[in-house]
Design a protein around this ligand. Structure first.
Ligand SMILES: [Zn+2]
Length: 236
């Protein structure tokens, strides 16, 4: 106690270093601002109940409220690419891949949080697959190759991109496969830079997308007659 007020000091093992951590700390301090400590016995209350008592029904109501306010997430799978590709996209959609910002949140010591491809922004899932200059250039090249309007960044909801293509169901499914392979190759490029110190360019990533996409789609879609030349012109 100092002059009648309770004072405390932080005992950090590691100080907050990422944007989200600083924001969380700020939120915590703001929440504590209005806390008034009183003489008396400490007690535990349950905010979701008017009487401060825990009940499963109040918790269930809250869960339903949160669930109903968010549209249900559903990934559209595509059997023309390996399931590992779909699983990566699914994890990316749920923000569950080990990008630097998420690793730091889990107290993994990662050094710099900056994107290894551009160094201009913190490495988040959204940044790696959408807003990074490398990703933007790759999506631009993919949209030119597949003759679709330029793919603008709208989160990482790549499973919805097939809706933007005109033509047959087969063509839409092919384009959907290309988008999933693009996510796979962007993540591979990121890992090549981080773990192998490789120099990655837009051309190498797009080259990987075309080669891997052709290998997988040709063998899985029953498209034995699909030639490499037609694939490279997206005459499918
Ligand atoms: Zn970047």
């Amino acid at each position: 106690m100092v002059n009648g007020e309770i004072c405390s000091t932080w005992g950090w093992l590691r100080g907050p270093c990422s944007g989200p951590e600083v924001m969380e700390l700020r939120g915590l301090l703001q929440s504590c601002q209005n806390v008034v400590l009183e003489d008396g016995t400490d007690k535990v209350g349950w905010d979701l109940d008017d009487y401060g008592c825990f009940s499963t029904s109040s918790l269930k109501d809250k869960i339903n409220e949160v669930r109903l306010s968010h549209p249900e997430f559903r990934l559209k799978w595509n059997n023309w690419v390996p399931s590992k590709v779909g699983i990566l996209v699914w994890r990316a959609e749920l923000d569950r891949i080990p990008v630097m910002s998420l690793l730091a949140k889990r107290n993994v010591i990662v050094g710099s949080l900056d994107c290894s491809a551009c160094g201009e922004s913190e490495e988040t899932t959204e940044h790696v697959f959408v807003s990074c200059g490398l990703a933007q250039a790759v999506w631009q090249a993919v949209s030119v190759w597949c003759k679709v309007p330029h793919i603008f960044a709208f989160g990482i909801r790549v499973f919805e991109l097939y809706k933007f293509i005109n033509g047959s169901k087969r063509k839409a499914k092919l384009f959907h496969a290309v988008c999933l392979v693009s996510v796979w190759c962007l993540w591979k490029a990121r890992n090549d830079i981080v773990f192998n110190g490789m120099a990655v360019t837009v051309e190498t990533v797009v080259g990987d997308i075309k080669a891997l996409g052709y290998l997988w789609v040709k063998n899985r879609s029953g498209g034995a007659s699909l030639s490499w030349e037609d694939w490279c012109r997206f005459k499918v």
